[in-house]
Design a protein around this ligand. Structure first.
Ligand SMILES: [Zn+2]
Ligand SMILES: [Zn+2]
Length: 271
């Protein structure tokens, strides 16, 4: 039973200015769409988790390591990094048990160095990916991060073959969702009042990916480690949504989905 006091907050750290066509197959090339870049603070009496960090304090410097062609077509606006937002809201850092990235791409873990000493939970497969040289995987840029490997000892869950129940109370359940990266995960959070969220990372980039069964466009699927795996997990999530229509699915980059969560602080431009 999820405990009272469990809560989720969006921690938006900025936006990536895109068009709908970039978000899902069939989207318009002319419809501007801002992609959310940020994380989610899950407050739990036994220790809080930060799902993804979004843009960190050193983002500009980190971004310079990206290929010029990618930089040339990527336009972003930075708000305050998660670490600053936690500070201004008077958050007690001792409550933060771990950071749990949905996967280790640049826009999800840029803020890891802002949380020295906080464990970062990754699957063994993602940990291996982090040790590799993939351009979009920024674990390669950081040193001294305390990775802890996450096992899936919990058996099947909601159509996924295995699971990890973080506190054993069913409130935060992590399932493997390999495809976008080898060790991508989906995190289900169930509040005491029964509200249930699925933080699906980059399984889809926009909600249309689920609602219209439109996967990400060809250009972005190409960057998946295993496009078949992504497709399989997308179909799993669509089946779950059919069974549990009240489930709130939150793709990491969909502003409309994030707007359904209370915000930790009002978005503000960083300095
Ligand atoms: Zn990604
Ligand atoms: Zn992403």
């Amino acid at each position: 039973m999820p405990p009272r006091g469990l809560a989720v907050f969006s921690v938006m750290t900025g936006v990536n200015h895109r068009v709908a066509a970039y978000g899902y197959r069939g989207g318009s090339l002319f419809e501007r769409r801002d992609f959310s870049i940020g994380g989610v603070l899950v407050k739990h009496p036994q220790g809080d988790l930060l799902i993804d960090t979004g843009f960190g304090r050193d983002f500009r410097e980190q971004f310079r390591t990206m290929p010029w062609i990618f930089r040339a077509v990527t336009f972003y606006t930075l708000w305050q990094p998660a670490t600053e937002q936690l500070k201004i809201t008077g958050y007690d850092r001792k409550s933060l048990r771990a950071i749990l990235p949905t996967h280790s791409h640049w826009d999800h873990i840029s803020g890891l160095p802002d949380f020295p000493g906080v464990p970062v939970w990754v699957t063994p497969r993602e940990h291996e990916f982090i040790r590799g040289a993939d351009t979009f995987q920024w674990g390669r840029l950081f040193s001294g991060i305390r990775y802890e490997e996450l096992g899936f000892e919990g058996g099947p869950c909601l159509g996924f073959p295995a699971s990890h129940d973080v506190y054993g109370d069913g409130s935060i359940v992590v399932v493997p969702a390999p495809g976008h990266t080898p060790g991508s995960v989906i995190i289900f959070v169930t509040l005491h009042n029964g509200l249930r969220y699925a933080f699906v990372g980059d399984l889809v980039w926009q909600l249309e990916g689920m609602d219209q069964r439109e996967e990400r466009p060809w250009i972005s699927r190409r960057s998946d480690s295993d496009a078949e795996g992504t497709r399989e997990n997308l179909l799993r999530m669509i089946a779950i949504k059919e069974r549990l229509p009240e489930l709130i699915i939150v793709p990491a980059h969909d502003m409309r989905a994030f707007a359904k969560l209370p915000a930790l602080s009002q978005p503000r431009s960083g300095t």
